[in-house]
Design a protein around this ligand. Structure first.
Ligand SMILES: Nc1ncnc2c1ncn2[C@@H]1O[C@H](COP(=O)(O)OP(=O)(O)OP(=O)(O)O)[C@@H](O)[C@H]1O
Ligand SMILES: [Mg+2]
Length: 313
């Protein structure tokens, strides 16, 4: 349904994305995961036909987004990162405006607006001025606007950003249900979110695709890197040697922090060695200043994936 090949975009001299290639099957929900400035919005805007790539091609339902822009755009619903909502319009008149732009007329148009209000659970808000809606409800209006012409492909740029947890849950459910009979690409920088909603995930960093996989595989791969970090007073060599003897310890590294040293222990997947390690350290008479599991930030994950790619290449 979506075929992206070697998409590259320069803003002036600045290379924003480089040789981005992926496919999305019909009916699939694909997550586009990446930190700030990774190139998510850039890729999505090109797909939605809002700007051309510097090189490479993108096709939606067989139509090239540059050469056959009109045909491609008919089949795409796009919710940009910041939805340009006209805050003094009511929800219904805003949707009416979009439906008209997309070519809907008369009874069919009204029918579809009512349907979309219903799908996005905006029924009670149809005559409310958009400026008075909460962020989460505005986000729904953004989604409603994107689906009003019944596109086969939905492109949602960070649909849950800045909304409260309850509305996040509802928005995710809405996206999932929309994905039942549509192809969806959504971007996010929240790993658990794409895990929950998406069937496949593309990880993009600094404009390049670093991994494409099913979320469960990604989680499993990343689980292999649980770390415990601790600050200990004692002889480094002996501490490292003792830690390395523990079952489930894959690697130990250390760095000096004044009088004490900070040790980082890589543990095998699923193991929780905190208690055992604390026991060992205290038992040997070393000073255990603190100990904690180190949660991998998204940046750590990207770093790991990027390094993995490089070492495999
Ligand atoms: N119009 C522009 N002119 C110049 N540089 C731009 C422009 N738009 C984006 N960039 C740069 O391109 C890179 C990719 O930006 P992009 O908005 O695609 O990232 P993103 O993954 O969507 O990030 P975020 O998570 O912050 O939304 C960034 O370094 C950004 O500063
Ligand atoms: Mg963005």
């Amino acid at each position: 349904m979506i075929e992206v090949e070697n998409l590259t975009k320069y803003y002036g001299d600045f290379l924003a994305i480089e040789n981005v290639t992926f496919q999305v099957q019909k009916g699939e929900i694909l997550g586009f995961l990446g930190p700030n400035a990774a190139g998510k919005t850039t890729t999505m805007r090109i797909l939605a036909g809002y700007m051309p790539p510097s090189s490479g091609t993108a096709k939606v339902a067989g139509f090239d987004v540059v050469e056959q822009s009109l045909e491609a755009r008919k089949r795409i619903g796009y919710m940009p990162e910041t939805v340009p909502l006209y805050t003094d319009m009511t929800v219904e008149s805003y949707l009416d405006f979009h439906a008209t732009i997309k070519g809907l007329r008369g009874k069919k148009k009204q029918q579809r607006i009512d349907e979309v209000l219903d799908i996005c659970r905006l029924g009670d808000y149809y005559d409310v001025i958009i400026g008075k809606l909460s962020k989460g409800y505005r986000q729904r209006v953004g989604i409603a606007q994107a689906i009003v012409h019944e596109p086969e492909v939905l492109i949602l740029d960070e649909p849950t950003i800045g909304i409260d947890p309850k509305q996040v849950v509802e928005t995710r459910q809405l996206i999932k249900s929309l994905g039942r009979d549509r192809t969806v690409i959504l971007s996010s920088h929240i790993l658990p979110e794409v895990n929950m909603v998406c069937e496949r995930v593309i990880i993009i960093n600094e404009g390049r695709v670093v991994a494409v996989d099913r979320p469960e595989n990604l989680s499993a791969a990343l689980k292999g890197s649980e770390q415990i970090q601790m600050e200990v007073r004692g002889a480094i060599k002996e501490i490292v040697a003792s830690l390395r003897e523990l079952k489930g310890v894959q690697d130990v590294t250390w760095e000096s922090a004044g009088e004490n040293n900070i040790f980082t222990v890589d543990c095998s997947p699923g193991s929780d060695l905190r208690e055992e390690i604390a026991h060992l350290i205290v038992g040997k008479g070393w000073g255990l200043i603190n100990l904690q599991t180190k949660r991998m930030s998204l940046e750590d994950i990207f770093l790991k994936l990027t390094m993995k790619e490089e070492s495999e290449a």
